[in-house]
Write a protein that binds this ligand. Structure first.
Ligand SMILES: [Zn+2]
Length: 190
């Protein structure tokens, strides 16, 4: 199996997406994976779901992916706008490895969410070489999405506590479901 096929499988890419090229630069400490699709590929129309949408034009985009050992890994792809055969017009499509508008792959975001549960965001930012404001944007998105899924209809007793963080001068208010010992909401203030 050639490396491109291997990486296509490893990234979980589904047709028409495939890995076209892999460049590894030890000097730049960087792994670049370029993803493409064969000419004439058909995409699913984001409006009507028809499988007969053809690429109309493309824009090159890059996403930061999980580190490859100590090397930064990046995916690059020319993402098409597609023209549907059912007359829906020219529409942007979403790529399966990332959220719309995110500069990170879903796997990289998952890694961030695991790390920030265990260590301060500033430390994760340093570890991954990403500015912490970008990490906070991702954390807020996923926390808001998780909160939306939270069903509070059966909460009977709520407990509130205020605690100082280790360095002091920074207080966190915690609201908990007393019956399930589950955190419902936390708010920090200086
Ligand atoms: Zn359509």
């Amino acid at each position: 199996m050639d490396p491109s096929t291997l990486f296509t499988l490893a990234l979980g890419l589904t047709p028409p997406w495939e890995v076209w090229n892999i460049r590894f630069s030890p000097e730049k400490r960087r792994l670049d994976i370029s993803i493409g699709f064969p000419l004439g590929s058909l995409f699913t129309c984001p409006v009507c779901g028809s499988k007969g949408a053809k690429a109309y034009d493309t824009t090159e985009k890059s996403w930061r992916h999980l580190n490859f050992f100590q090397h930064e890994a990046w995916l690059t792809a020319r993402v098409p706008r597609v023209e549907c055969d059912q007359g829906c017009g020219v529409k942007k499509i979403e790529v399966p490895w990332s959220r719309p508008g995110s500069g990170f792959t879903l796997l990289f975001e998952a890694l961030i969410m695991v790390l920030v549960r265990e260590m301060p965001v500033a430390q994760v930012a340093h570890l991954l070489g990403v500015h912490d404001t970008r990490l906070w944007r991702i954390i807020r998105h996923h926390v808001a999405a998780a909160r939306k899924r939270l069903d509070l209809s059966n909460v009977g007793r709520v407990g509130m506590d205020e605690t100082a963080s280790r360095r002091g001068h920074h207080y966190i208010s915690l609201f908990c479901d007393m019956d399930k010992s589950q955190l419902l909401f936390a708010q920090g203030k200086r």
